[in-house]
Design a protein around this ligand. Sequence first.
Ligand code: MN
Length: 139
Amino acid sequence: MRRLLLIEDNDLNRDALGRLLARQGFKVLPARDGAEGVELALQERPDLILMDLGLPLIDGHEATRLLRATPATAGIPIIALTAHAMDTDREAALASGCDAFETKPVVVARLVQTIEALLAGDRRTQVVKPGPPPAKEDG
Ligand code: MN
């Protein structure tokens, strides 16, 4: 079963989204702050990470940078989740190393599409604006 690490500090959002994704056939590992999220990512090596950007202790940007800088987790796809829909938020998330960006409240069908695309190896499918070519990935 594909395992998703869901890092979200809002209990209601985490429980609701976790249930919806479980119903889609994913095993959901919950984490409630950035520190716990990074720790669980290292321990559990999930197939994909859903990263709220506004998190206590370590925010989503910093958590993503930490995971990207760690060989064991550098290759795990990360989808940023945020209530803000500004272009600057999207760009900041991608600059931190996220592969895709979803605005909350999450549209589950669209999120699942993005998850499936990333799990199939289609990285950076959600980048809307053309940017510089992606850096060569190690491993
Ligand atoms: Mn939050």
